[in-house]
Design a protein around this ligand. Structure first.
Ligand code: FES
Length: 954
């Protein structure tokens, strides 16, 4: 071991380094903080997620586990060293296959895979899975990663010498900017190349329906992408957060002044008393109830009570246990039954019975219908807290730019962040600027603010930049979760197997604060019928406060839980009636002209029937293969399950407009102000594709301005599967308006075509005529645009009445999935064999990105079905809380069904949340098919499956 603080010599990406660092300091910290090689990410600091993987002497290692003393004399390779100034074949293959979504895991996967490829140029799928098993990805479902690694050899073409990537992303200097020009090694990805080595983007009019690679993709594969924790100013104060160790506690502070004086490098301490504005926030303003820093009592474990602002060199070693706070643990209620018991303490004094919101949808006479039904089944279902487990913990920094507080952080909802932060800090909204960094996964949780008001408070009070990156533990303990649900339902049919009535009752543990609890309570009753005609219906969902973690938005807002209840009962009904399970669903599926349980008549675009029909042949094949397997196996049984989904895109009966601006610059570019945050789902690319075809200019002419509350109009939050539909529609309208403006200026008809030329010329072609407009001679607006248009779109919904009748959504998406699996009857283990997914997307704007969404959603559905269960205080890390690894996701066959919705842009519907919904119920139905046992609790862990099997045998 080297002595303390002696220089440590090693090479990084071929360059000799001599670094003076404490021997026990971790390599990840030195790479990121000292050498500014931020392509190496830190997702857990414990070797669980693998995001920090680098190559040491050619072997993958977790840099967060490596003390600097062990680095002496070694050769380290990071993602920045893979391409040697250009894209490597593997990086190009990742882009081509859509293997990077948010991109936070991508550097680690790339370096790990590159080590494999140096040993085996064309690895098998199993070899890829074995090699990459230590790196977690929460977005992609891994399938495209496997394909990218297996196909990388195709990009090894010496004749196509490395080309410098032209599509680079500037640091956030005001609206992150991307140019839609991509230069890659051959082979070309789309159509014919424009020039040697130049990747051809679709020509004018052909963007929608094709799969150009992500316009923001290159920085994700080079390691240049800047996430929340990648650009902290060196001079920033580090912010540490004091959090409650108890589910509920009162607390008092000791002598904070003495604490500051006794700890060199500690600049200040802040508590709730220092908050200048209103100390509460919440995504739904009437329910804003969560303090940025708790006052007097904490309501859940992990709640923040104080901030320590210190110099960076102190932060690493500061003993937070010495912070002067005294806790008095109080009795806590973690489950709704306790919180609803007579005389239970109130989590919030103004919410009797700990009831946050009760949602209801009622139609017809459900009790009568069930009483007269030919076939009736009833059941219950319980689900657990599910953690979002994005690989990027919350991170960002704040600074004062004159009198404007500027926050550079990962997020899903910049304008909501701005308004909540301004309210807490007593500032006018226009004195807060949110500049989103790249976001390393969100899935709903990064809609709520987290660190924004905390770093904002420190910056405001000290006048210095303030930076904070949550540890994995504090991210898991303090941020929102999927609502645990306890549900019961009864469903009945007539003698022909037509659904006649249903009642559903669900209690959702919304935890200590409101967050999206009201949304879940209102969305669930609308969806609990599934995409089936249900003439008599009552569904009640209530969000109940406890002292558990705050439950919020998580891909589906309660609908995945409710679908588990309904779809498992559908299997029981079909079996009882003796009808094939797919045919039973098809028989009852909503069609154009059907009325939903809210009385909404669906005029067009209902694609659930098409999804089920396209699965029919696969279903028959899977069933017969299962029969053949089971005939020759006694200890392992194969099962096949099916489940459907529907999901309303956008807010439930609430306004959720998006505004998009675009224009033409004097140098002849189309500048798209695109404020819909791309958290990996692809809105940067998809919305540009929509705008390009609506405008009539090629995607290659586009420059994107990423979200920034001072520059881009409000495109709403990235949630509720709304960005392709709602922001896409706004982009379509704005692009058509821009086209009209240009055509009017040129005094030509709508039939004319447009062309931009280098040097700042716009050419308008009509008939054989050609008119050239010199853009450099025109006056530009404040955004530097000579022609511009800005348009908004808000889905045309209508409020629900007291019985939940009305038009909650303007557009719905539909889907169905088949799960094939094997259950070991002696162990209770489940091995997934295949998942087949058919999703009606209306119009696949970018089929490759749509497939990526489906595969990623399925992986999260697998986690919910089989392994994920967050227990506060026990699973606040990624070794006790399990998410699917590359070996847990089976082959996935995706079928994109296109039943256009006239309301959507080019007929498109949302997709992001739909894709997770059918997976878990299809898996549970397959377990039942394999074993005869109906699981009524998820996750269906091996011990739960085994005890259910044993119970059934008694
Ligand atoms: Fe892998 Fe987001 S792309 S975690």
């Amino acid at each position: 071991m080297k002595s303390d603080r002696a220089p440590i010599n090693f090479t990084v990406n071929g360059a000799l380094m001599s670094v003076t660092a404490a021997p026990m300091r971790r390599l990840s910290s030195v790479l990121r903080d000292d050498l500014r090689l931020t392509g190496t990410k830190v997702g857990c600091d414990a070797g669980d997620c693998g995001a920090c993987t680098v190559l040491m002497d050619g072997e993958p290692v977790c840099a967060c586990l490596l003390p600097m003393a062990s680095v002496e004399g070694t050769s380290i390779r990071t993602v920045e060293g893979l391409g040697n100034g250009s894209l490597s074949a593997l990086q190009a293959s990742f882009l081509a296959h859509g293997a990077a979504q948010c991109g936070i895991c991508t550097p680690a996967l790339l370096v790990t895979a590159s080590a494999l490829l140096e040993r085996i140029a064309q690895p098998s799928e199993q070899q890829v899975q074995d090699a990459l098993g230590g790196v977690l990805c929460r977005c992609t479902g891994y399938r495209k990663i496997v394909e990218a690694v297996m196909g990388a050899w195709r990009w090894n073409d010496d004749s196509a010498a490395p080309h410098p990537p032209a599509g680079s992303l500037s640091p956030p200097a005001g609206g992150r900017e991307m140019v839609a020009t991509l230069t890659l090694p051959s082979p070309r990805l789309w159509g014919e190349g424009k020039g040697d080595g130049q990747f051809a983007l679709p020509p004018s009019g052909a963007a929608v329906g094709n799969s150009p690679v992500r316009l923001d993709g290159i920085p994700k594969v080079t390691g240049a992408e800047l996430f929340g924790g990648d650009s902290f100013p060196a001079v920033a104060l580090s912010v540490l957060v004091v959090r409650s160790p108890h589910h509920r506690a009162s607390f008092s502070f000791g002598d904070l002044g003495a604490y500051i004086a006794d700890n060199a490098g500690v600049a200040a301490v802040f508590t709730a008393r220092d908050i200048p504005g209103i100390n509460s926030f919440g995504v739904i303003p009437p329910f804003a109830d969560q303090p940025a820093l708790a006052e007097g009592e904490t309501r859940f474990r992990g709640e923040a009570v104080a901030l320590v602002a210190c110099e960076g060199w102190v932060a690493r070693d500061l003993d937070m246990a010495a912070f002067p706070v005294t806790w008095r643990e109080l009795p806590a209620m973690l489950e709704p039954p306790g919180a609803q018991a007579e005389g239970a303490a109130l989590v919030h004094a103004n919410r009797p019975d700990n009831l946050l919101v009760r949602g209801l949808v009622e139609r017809g006479e459900p009790e009568n219908a069930l009483a007269q039904a030919a076939c009736v089944v009833s059941g219950s279902m319980q689900t657990s807290y599910v953690e979002h487990a994005y690989i990027e913990p919350e991170a960002g920094y704040a600074f004062l730019d004159d009198d404007t507080l500027t926050i550079v952080a990962c997020t899903q909802a910049p304008h909501m962040d701005r308004d909540d932060t301004a309210r807490i800090l007593g500032l006018a909204p226009d004195k807060v600027r949110i500049m989103p960094t790249a976001t390393g996964g969100g899935f709903g949780s990064k809609i709520d603010i987290s660190l924004q008001p905390l770093i904002g408070l420190v910056a405001l009070k000290t006048g210095r930049a303030a930076a904070l990156a949550y540890t994995r533990q504090e991210s898991m303990a303090s941020t929102t979760k999927r609502h645990p649900a306890s549900m019961r339902a009864t469903i009945g049919t007539d003698a022909d197997g037509m659904i006649s009535g249903m009642v559903f009752d669900g209690t959702f543990n919304t935890g200590a604060y409101a967050s999206f609890g009201p949304t879940v309570a209102n969305r669930v009753p609308v969806h609990a019928s599934g995409p089936y005609a249900t003439p008599n219906y009552r569904a009640v969902a209530r969000a109940i406060h406890t002292n558990g973690p705050v439950s919020g938005a998580f891909r589906g807002f309660g609908v995945p839980q409710a679908t588990l209840m309904q779809e498992t009962l559908y299997d029981e009904l079909a079996d009882t009636l003796g009808i094939d399970r797919l045919q039973f669903r098809l028989k009852n599926a909503l069609r154009n002209g059907s009325e939903t349980v809210t009385g909404q008549r669906l005029e067009a675009g209902v694609g659930i029937g098409e999804c089920l029909e396209v699965l029919a042949s696969r279903w028959t094949r899977a069933l017969s293969e299962a029969d053949a397997f089971n005939a020759t196996n006694s200890t392992t049984k194969r099962g096949v399950g099916i489940a459907s989904c529907w999901y309303g895109c956008g807010n439930t009966s609430l306004p959720n407009p998006s505004t998009i601006k675009l224009g033409i610059s004097p140098d002849g570019k189309v500048v798209l102000h695109q404020g819909a945050v791309d958290i990996g789902q692809g809105s940067n690319t998809v919305i540009a594709q929509i705008a390009a075809d609506a405008l009539g200019l090629p995607l290659g002419d586009f420059v994107l301005k990423g979200a920034d509350t001072s520059i881009t109009p409000d495109a709403g939050k990235t949630s509720a599967s709304r960005q392709t539909y709602v922001s896409g529609k706004a982009a379509e309208k704005a692009a058509r308006a821009l086209r009209d403006t240009v055509l009017r200026y040129a005094n030509v008809s709508n039939e004319a075509s447009l062309q931009l030329l280098q040097g700042g010329f716009l050419v308008v072609h009509e008939g054989g005529e050609r008119r050239r407009i010199d853009l450099t001679k025109l006056e530009a607006d404040k955004d530097g645009l000579v022609f511009a248009a800005e348009e908004s779109y808000d889905p045309p919904t209508a409020p629900l009445d007291a019985k939940g009748q009305g038009k909650p959504y303007a557009v719905y998406g539909y889907g169905a999935q088949i799960a094939e699996l094997e259950v070991d009857l002696a162990l209770g283990t489940v091995r997934l064999v295949k998942i087949t997914a058919a999703h009606d997307v209306g119009k696949a704007i970018n089929p490759l990105l749509a497939e990526g969404q489906i595969e990623g959603g399925i992986a999260q559905g697998i986690g919910m079905a089989l392994m994920e269960e967050y227990i506060p205080g026990r699973t606040e890390n990624l070794h006790d809380y399990l998410i699917p690894t590359i070996g847990d996701v089976p082959p996935i066959e995706t079928i994109l069904v296109e039943v256009p919705d006239p309301e959507g842009p080019f007929g498109a519907k949302g997709l992001g949340e739909h894709v997770l919904i059918p997976t878990a119920p299809a898996i549970l139905n397959a377990i039942r098919h394999a074993t005869g046992v109906a699981m009524t609790r998820v996750p269906a862990t091996p011990s739960r499956v085994l005890s259910a099997i044993q119970e059934a045998r008694r």
